[in-house]
Design a protein around this ligand. Structure first.
Ligand SMILES: [Zn+2]
Length: 200
């Protein structure tokens, strides 16, 4: 998890001010009221983040998506959802996977830019998946968590044409310039990638 400042915040304000004057058909954004509040991943539970914690977008038309970024929450599942709902936190991810049963919550639409990678470029080109646990507590990385997350990643890769390899499915620590270490040394990449392949 990490806050990231979007470069478009001022433009978003201006866009809001312009809504009254510009016909909706001319706007490249969906109307707020028309934004579909339903998960992209059919089995995910919709648990929306505060609109203050991500950037509304039209991906992949607006930004192409070629990365899945794997995170570990460093807090409980329920607390992660609370953080994403809190407009002061300025952080979000598209999905959160619960440790005990692999339950998947979707908090941000895949079309929108979640703030999880730590820099704007990586946020715009990625889908972020948080996993309940701590980098130094491997017991949280259950079979259910690996299995449900791998199925989610496989579905994301299929939807967006992302290759299922380690150049395109990366850990937060592999984002250039980050000081984050998640998912950490106990995350079993070999197991995870095998599960992703099996789910394709
Ligand atoms: Zn992270």
């Amino acid at each position: 998890m990490e806050r990231a400042r979007p470069l478009t915040s001022r433009r978003r304000l201006l866009r809001g001010a312009a809504l009254a004057a510009v016909p909706y058909a001319l706007l490249p954004w969906p109307r707020a009221g028309a934004h579909v509040q339903a998960p992209d991943h059919p089995t995910a539970e919709w648990q929306p983040a505060s609109a203050a914690n991500y950037t509304r977008a039209r991906r992949p038309a607006q930004y192409s998506i070629d990365l899945v970024i794997i995170h570990v929450t460093q807090t409980r599942y329920s607390q992660t959802l609370n953080v994403f709902r809190n407009p002061k936190k300025k952080v979000s991810a598209h999905y959160v996977v619960r440790s005990g049963d692999g339950h998947v919550a979707q908090c941000v639409r895949e079309a929108d830019v979640a703030w999880h990678a730590g820099d704007w470029e990586h946020n715009t080109r990625s889908i972020g998946i948080e996993h309940e646990g701590w980098v130094d507590e491997p017991g949280y990385f259950t079979g259910a968590l690996y299995g449900r997350s791998a199925a989610l990643t496989a579905a994301i890769c299929a939807r967006h044409g992302i290759p299922t390899d380690r150049r395109h499915i990366i850990g937060h620590h592999e984002v250039p310039g980050t000081d984050h270490t998640d998912p950490g040394p106990h995350w079993d990449w070999e197991r995870y990638m095998t599960l992703v392949e099996a789910a394709m």
